[in-house]
Ligand binder design. Sequence first.
Ligand SMILES: [Cu+2]
Length: 146
Amino acid sequence: MAYSSNQSSGYGKRPMWQWILIYVVVGGLIYWAIAYFGAAKKGGSLYGGSSAKPSASQTSTVPAASNTVTIADSNYSPATLTVKVGDTVTWVNQDSVSHTATASDNSFGTGMLSPGQSGTVTFSKAGTFVYHCQIHPSMTGTIIVQ
Ligand SMILES: [Cu+2]
């Protein structure tokens, strides 16, 4: 009897700060649950329901495209590549000997590319740029920047 009355009085003596802590924790959980399920309902991505809409909005920001010219058998492929202003072009040397991609007007150059190496150039101006290999001048290519 003394034990049970002790227990009930123990509950009553719970300090106020403990109750405040409980309210804050429980309140936070409810707030989080509303925010979480509210967002899930809006986006619909939680259950993969309408994933077409969010992915479509992502295309509104158009990143600069990266284009690749492969060097193999002492040829640039493609020999003529059309890109947009701001795009990058990466030359990948898949040949067994070193090559460069050097603008004939010296406006850009990859430098020496050993087999397996690659060099990237960003084209910030429109124009037609003829380039060649400094080691093998008969190798030529063209980048058209629009
Ligand atoms: Cu070469």
